[in-house]
Design a binder for this molecule. Structure first.
Ligand SMILES: Nc1nc2c(ncn2[C@@H]2O[C@H](COP(=O)(O)OP(=O)(O)OP(=O)(O)O)[C@@H](O)[C@H]2O)c(=O)[nH]1
Length: 308
């Protein structure tokens, strides 16, 4: 199961309905206020960084491409060219990948799947950035302006793999890649190919303040700091999501923990696991479930699919 790329075809599974349920489960649930305020402060910083870029490489977590996107990003981008990178492609199934690839193809959006740890996708990304950069200089020429190195920059939510991708693109260790969110901070410009410059410090997209469903998914995927949320609450919702996912379901939960899940009582499930394995400590039980998901113990699966 651990290394499962065996796709159970989700068939007619209604992802929009699951999303509506996640919104319902998380309604009125405010476990993240501290971290939201902290991330909110970076909006001005992000806008200032975007002003420097011609080509914006927006990194998202392939398991949650919607929760790791910001509704105002289009507005902040203005006329800049954008490439979307769905990073952590190793953590989703082939059918998740196909679903997202065709969704973005239908929209005419340029998207690249990448693995920041192994460097997969970075060659393709470099080529695409160069192609878009050429476009920028063709436009400058038509306006009677001289060509100049085109500036590219990487932006994304905390911990989605921005630094890892920068390191891969520059083929050296330029800035720290760490498993903890919020590590990257300084600003540097680095030559990146003949006519390109890459901003070495990624822009951090501020979190969506009011979207609890997105916040829960970020916590599940370890994209926000562990100290900022209640493990038991987040793991309870994860259990409910996993029980519903076509590629996981009650059976995989039962096989792993020998506890029945009914798809609605996540909290109950966490408590049962706590009694069974951790002397009633729900925090430890919750941590076990979250880390099992993050390590692919239920098989690799996205938590979001496009609804059309
Ligand atoms: N499995 C997997 N892990 C990845 C991938 N890309 C990055 N990681 C890991 O994810 C963690 C975060 O990566 P970073 O590159 O530091 O992320 P970041 O977006 O720069 O993080 P901040 O500096 O906190 O904003 C590290 O432990 C990386 O090794 C990937 O494609 N697959």
């Amino acid at each position: 199961m651990e290394n499962s790329k065996l796709d159970i075809d989700p068939g007619e599974f209604d992802w929009a309905e699951l999303e509506a349920d996640i919104c319902h489960w998380t309604k009125g649930y405010v476990p993240f206020s501290g971290i939201l305020v902290t991330f909110g402060k970076t909006e001005k910083e992000l806008k200032d960084q975007l002003k420097l870029m011609d080509v914006v490489i927006e990194v998202r977590d392939a398991r949650i491409p919607l929760a790791t996107s910001h509704p105002q990003m289009d507005l902040w981008l203005g006329n800049r060219k954008r490439i979307i990178v769905l990073n952590r492609e190793d953590m989703i199934s082939a059918s998740d990948r196909n679903a997202w690839a065709s969704y973005y193809a239908r929209q005419g959006t340029k998207v690249i799947f990448a693995n920041g740890q192994l460097g997969m996708g970075s060659l393709k990304l470099t080529r695409l950035a160069k192609a878009l950069a050429d476009g920028v200089n063709i436009k400058r020429k038509s306006k009677g302006l001289l060509p100049r190195p085109v500036r590219a920059g990487i932006v994304g939510y905390p911990n989605v793999g921005k630094s890892s991708l920068i390191n891969r693109l520059l083929k050296r260790r330029m800035c720290p890649a760490a498993p903890r969110p919020g590590v990257t901070r300084e600003l540097k410009w680095v030559r990146f190919g003949k006519d390109l410059e890459l901003l070495d410090s990624p822009g951090i997209i501020p979190m969506r303040i009011n979207d609890q469903s997105a916040a829960i998914k970020l916590a599940i995927c370890d994209d926000i700091g562990e100290r900022s949320y209640d493990f038991s609450e987040v793991a309870a919702i994860l259990v409910q999501i996993l029980a519903r996912l076509p590629a996981v379901g009650n059976k995989a939960l039962y096989n792993r923990y020998k506890i029945e899940a009914d798809g609605r009582a996540g909290r109950n499930f966490v408590e049962k696991l706590a009694l069974k394995l951790f002397n009633g400590d729900t925090h430890q039980a919750a941590f076990r479930i979250l880390s099992d998901f993050r390590k692919g113990r239920f098989g690799w699966s996205a938590l979001e699919r496009p609804s059309n």
